[in-house]
Structure formats: structure tokens, C-alpha cells
Design a protein around this ligand. Structure first.
Ligand code: 5AD
Ligand code: SF4
Length: 461
């Protein structure tokens, strides 16, 4: 079977270009896992065009920054990096600076006007055109491509995997989003939802397994609405699981309004489908959920949690919560805390509401929760989430867990960090002495914090 990077690049005639000189590219990525997967596609396209890569922006001939627009703070960081790239460009006038991704799509031409250092802008559906866009800049004009597509899935483009350990890989199975959550910029930056052909996904999974990858995460904004020629997400999972029986398969993100029992049943059937469910709830008050246009109530959400625990008793469940959404009262917020207690999340990603121009919420409602109230609510969510995670992690002290090792611990390189099959982070004491990233160890859990389990490998292999 062909390896992933042996597949044909840019089959469309208009994207076939001859290699440029051996220039060096530097790619910096912000935002979600999908953005990281996109950067690997971009790296694949650049490599095919003749580029080499560097880890240092100061040495690069081409800097690409793959951006996120989900909250204002994410964009502030990008402006700061553009100022830094501008200082590099002063001593390297031939340097090309390009902005990719969601912020590029959101701001379009405005970015060129406000940041003179930027030469090139490409939105999430425009990466196939990068070689021509770079040519255009080389010939002296700024280049921009931000058209969203109804078809683009990059199914024929082989990503260049950027992870140095080659243990875990991401695969995008769909792009865009058709939900209209009122707070969210994604439908505007990533366009309409489309599913990638299931055959090409299964082929890529099989190639990665052959290359020795141990863990693959399937990515989509809303995996439960995957549908390619009648193959729905549950069937895709089954095909993927069968194509790589020794690889741990994860996926994200699920949507509470669409998550089907059939998916949970399928996970229970295959020993390599991991019982990890990321199920963003956003808020616990029905009034707020309605304003967010989420399409479910708190009670519905909790019934979905019950279903997960019924089919998958060892499931790890995580969620996203937004505090301080338009009109959120103290009573509304307390319902979020109440729901957190009822759902018993293993981990929570929490955010202060950040108004995004052009979204439904920005047009309809006023961002009226004061920043200090948002901050205080965020802290209360963090405190409760930690309390619950700690309790849940402590229940595992004394148990044995299979752990897939990812990398040496940053705190103490003698230790290694990995994940249990359902997805909890584990620090394995002293594992660097006898194990390597990609090994699966049986670990006895001896201690726990709210964020990690700690243990010892009982039988090194
Ligand atoms: N403000 C704050 N958080 C947001 N998210 C999405 N849009 C916003 C926003 N405008 C959060 C949601 C989503 C996660 C990826 O980011 O919780 O699930
Ligand atoms: Fe990912 Fe959303 Fe950020 Fe785009 S805006 S990078 S889809 S999190």
C-alpha cells in the first residue's frame, strides 16, 4: 500500500507548479487541532513545491502564520507576532510573510491594509493555491485568496507530518460547519460543512498504521453530521477501526444535539476505538442555550451523558463552557455549575465570552456581562472543574492503566508523559530509562492531581 506522502499532490492542472529554489519555510500555528492538521497540509504543499523547512523564523525565506479567530485574544497574539516578523523583514527584505487560516478569512484585505508586513493572505479553503500566490508575491504584487469552497476537502493532498515523535496523527474528516451557534465565527471562517470521501480517510489511516503511528485523531467541527455517500460517522468509525486494528482511534468534536447512540455502540464494539468524548455544553441554563442557538436543553444534554456512561462505562468526557454570554445572569450561571456537578466532567475547557463581529450574537444581543463578572465566573468554573477532576482521578489510584507514551516530561525528563486508552494524561515516573514514545506500558497509578495521574510501569517491555 502506498505511504501517505507518496500520494499525488495537487492533481488539478492549475496547481501543478515546478519547484522553486531551495528556500526555507517557517510555519507557526495557533488555534484548534484542525489548524494544526491544516498546517501539515500546507507543509506538504510547500515541500512538493520545493521548499525546505526551518524551526527559526529568523532564518526563513517564507513565514506562514496559521491563525485562529475564535476569540479576540487569539487575534491579539497574531498582531504581536506580525510585529515581530516585521522586525525580521527589516534585515531580510526578500522575506515573504503570509497569513493563513481563520483570521485571514475573517479580515481578508483589511489585514493587508493594517499590517504592511503581510504579503500574502490565504483562507482555509485556499491552500491549494499557495504556490501561485507565492509566485505572485515574488513577481512584486501582494496576493490574496479567501474564497470559501463547498467541495474542498484536500483529500488528494498528502500532509507532511510535523510531529517529531511520529506517535500521533490528525486526520480531518470534514471541513466547515453548518451549525449557527450564535457566538461562533467558525461558520464564517471555515464555510459550509463538507465530508471527505470515506475511502480516502480509510486509506490514509491504513498508511499511517503501516508507518507505525499508534494513535490517530479524526477531526471535524461536528463529527456526528459526517455523511459521505450515505456512510455516516458510526460506519466511518467502524471502517477506520477495522483498517488499523492496532492503532488507538480518537475523534473530536461531538455535538450534543446530533450525537447518536449508534456511535456509542460502535465505540463499544471495537477494542481500538477509544471511549473519549469531547461534548461541548457551553452553558447550563436553557435560556442561555436558546440564545446561543445550540438546539438542546440542559436536560437533553444530561441524558446524552447518561447514554455515554451506559454504553461506555470507562468513558472520559470533556466539555467546553463559555461564561458571561450576552444576558447571562447569576442564576443562569449557577445552572452551569449545577450541570457540571451532574455531568461529572473529567476535564473542562472554559472561556470568557468574546464578541466576534458579524456573528448572530453580535448582531442580536448586547455583550452586557462586565469583564470582572466574566472573570469571576471563569474562576468559579475552574475551581469546580478541578475539584471534580481531582475526585475522579483519585478513584483510579491503585488501578492499572494501559498508557501510550507520548514524550519525556518537561518537568523531569526522566519521567514520560502519555495517555490512558480513554484519554487521561499520565506521568510515568522514571520511564525514560527503559521506554520510548509510542510504547504502551501497563502503569500502576499511585497518585493523582486534577490534571494528571501519576504512576510506575510495573513491567517494562
Ligand atoms: N467567545 C468565547 N468562547 C468561544 N468559543 C467559540 N466562540 C467563542 C466566543 N465568541 C468556544 C466554545 C467552543 C470552543 C472551541 O471555543 O466553547 O466550543
Ligand atoms: Fe479552529 Fe475555530 Fe480557531 Fe478557526 S476559529 S482556528 S476553526 S478554533
Amino acid at each position: 500500500m502506498a505511504l501517505a506522502h507518496e500520494r499525488v499532490f495537487g492533481q488539478r492542472a492549475d496547481t501543478l507548479v515546478l519547484p522553486i529554489a531551495p528556500y526555507k519555510a517557517y510555519i507557526e500555528t495557533y488555534g484548534c487541532q484542525m489548524n494544526f492538521a491544516d498546517s501539515e497540509l500546507v507543509a506538504g504543499i510547500l515541500q512538493h513545491t520545493g521548499y525546505g523547512f526551518t524551526q527559526k523564523p529568523e532564518e526563513a525565506d517564507l513565514i506562514l502564520i496559521n491563525t485562529c479567530a475564535i476569540r479576540e485574544h487569539a487575534e491579539e497574539k497574531i498582531w504581536q507576532r506580525l510585529r515581530y516578523f516585521s522586525s525580521i523583514k527589516r534585515s531580510r527584505p526578500h522575506l515573504i510573510v503570509g497569513v493563513l487560516g481563520c483570521m485571514a478569512e475573517r479580515l481578508k484585505k483589511k489585514l493587508l491594509e493594517e499590517a504592511p508586513v503581510v504579503d500574502l493572505i490565504a483562507g482555509p479553503d485556499s491552500y491549494r493555491h499557495l504556490p501561485q500566490l507565492i509566485r505572485q508575491v515574488e513577481s512584486g504584487t501582494k496576493a490574496i485568496h479567501v474564497l470559501l469552497s463547498r467541495e474542498e476537502t484536500y483529500a488528494d493532498i498528502a500532509p507532511l507530518r510535523l510531529s517529531p515523535t511520529r506517535v500521533s496523527a490528525y486526520i480531518s474528516i470534514m471541513r466547515g460547519c453548518n451549525n449557527m451557534c450564535s457566538f461562533c465565527i467558525v461558520p464564517f471562517t471555515r464555510g459550509r460543512e463538507r465530508s471527505r470521501a470515506w475511502e480516502s480517510i480509510v486509506e490514509e489511516v491504513a498508511s499511517l498504521a503501516e508507518e507505525g503511528y499508534k494513535e490517530i485523531t479524526l477531526l471535524g467541527q461536528n463529527v456526528d453530521s459526517y455523511n459521505d455517500q450515505g456512510v455516516r460517522f458510526a460506519q466511518l468509525l467502524a471502517k477506520v477501526a477495522a483498517a488499523a486494528p492496532h492503532v488507538w482511534i480518537r475523534f473530536a468534536t461531538s455535538h450534543p444535539k446530533d450525537m447518536q447512540d449508534e456511535v456509542l455502540e460502535t465505540i463499544a464494539q471495537y477494542p481500538n476505538l477509544t471511549p473519549y468524548i469531547h461534548l461541548p455544553v457551553q452553558a447550563g441554563s436553557d435560556r442561555v442555550l436558546e440564545r446561543m442557538n445550540r438546539g438542546y436543553t440542559a436536560e437533553w444534554y444530561l441524558r446524552r451523558i447518561e447514554a455515554i456512561r451506559q454504553y461506555l462505562p470507562t468513558a472520559v468526557i470533556s466539555t467546553d463552557i463559555i461564561v458571561g454570554f450576552c444576558g447571562e445572569t447569576e442564576a443562569d450561571f449557577e445552572e452551569t455549575l449545577h450541570l457540571m456537578r451532574a455531568a461529572q466532567f473529567d476535564s473542562v475547557y472554559q472561556f470568557m465570552y468574546s464578541e466576534r463581529p458579524g456573528t448572530l450574537a453580535a448582531r442580536r444581543y448586547s455583550d452586557d456581562v462586565p469583564p470582572e463578572v466574566k472573570k469571576e465566573r471563569l474562576e468559579r468554573v475552574i475551581a469546580l472543574a478541578q475539584e471534580i477532576s481531582l475526585q475522579r482521578n483519585r478513584l483510579l489510584i491503585g488501578s492499572k492503566q494501559r498508557v501510550l507514551l507520548e514524550k519525556p516530561s518537561r518537568r523531569d525528563p526522566q519521567d514520560m508523559v502519555g495517555r490512558t486508552f480513554p484519554g487521561r494524561t499520565v506521568v510515568v515516573r522514571g520511564a525514560s530509562a527503559f521506554a520510548r514514545p509510542g510504547d504502551v506500558l501497563s502503569v500502576e497509578i499511585t497518585d493523582a492531581t486534577s490534571a494528571t495521574l501519576i504512576g510506575y510501569a510495573s513491567h517494562p517491555n
